[in-house]
Design a protein around this ligand. Structure first.
Ligand SMILES: [Ca+2]
Ligand SMILES: [Ca+2]
Length: 228
């Protein structure tokens, strides 16, 4: 369901062609960002640092996570062999992390869906994430407090960009002790490089206006020359 944003138009006679710019290509640098890589059956299962299965892709420390299968539906738009869209719930003190290759100075986009466990009596949950290279590149605390039911957790999507400052960058999600037993849920974690094509950049409206003004000036100059 992740579609690259694209914009393309032809201004006039092929002289000015605007094409894809600044689009986040859907090549995910995160492994198992949709939490479908390990197919589980039943409502859910739990993983901690000692029983993370091969292929899960994420490191887990300090607490455990729930990998949710049929108890509710995730929203990554992907499913595994038993046809459920799996998602992940963070326990209060857990850290869930994954490192990925980056190039210094390049821009990347992080997006993911988040919600709270409908069983949370407070009707809310906090979640944290950090993206760290040599320094901290992006860090947020998110609150999900809109209605959540078992039929629909009402996932929201977070999207933001960051610039890498090292060749390896680490994304870490953390729960929050105030959530209690029923916490923050994530799915569809995507990090992709944002490609800026300088040769196809879209002119600002003022630039277009200026360009059209120059064309108009040239046309009027040509008319004056012919009338002389
Ligand atoms: Ca499954
Ligand atoms: Ca999923």
């Amino acid at each position: 369901m992740f579609l690259a944003k694209a914009f393309s138009t032809t201004a006039f006679s092929g002289a000015l062609v605007l094409s894809t710019v600044g689009s986040a290509q859907a090549v995910n640098l995160i492994s198992n960002g949709d939490f479908e890589a390990v197919d589980i059956s039943g409502n859910y299962t739990t993983y901690n640092s000692t029983n993370v299965p091969d292929g899960f892709g994420w490191s887990i420390s300090d607490d455990f996570v729930y990998l949710v299968n049929s108890f509710w539906s995730g929203v990554s738009g992907t499913t595994n062999p038993d046809d459920f869209d799996q998602s992940l719930e963070l326990r209060p003190n857990v850290n869930l992390s994954q490192s990925f290759d980056t190039q210094i100075g390049r821009t990347y986009e992080l997006s993911f869906f988040y919600a709270h466990d409908f069983s949370n009596a407070q009707g809310r949950a906090l979640g944290h994430f950090d993206i760290v290279g040599t320094g901290s590149l992006l860090s947020e605390t998110l609150l999900h407090d809109i209605p959540s039911t078992q039929a629909d957790l009402n996932f929201l999507q977070y999207t933001e960009q960051f610039v890498a400052d090292s060749e390896s960058t680490t994304l870490t999600f953390s729960g929050d002790p105030s959530n209690g037993l029923h916490g923050f849920v994530i799915d569809g974690v995507l990090i992709s490089e944002v490609y800026q094509d300088a040769t196809n950049s879209i002119p600002e409206p003022s630039s277009v206006t200026g360009l059209l003004g120059l064309i108009g000036f040239g046309f009027r100059a040509l008319q004056r020359k012919r009338s002389c």
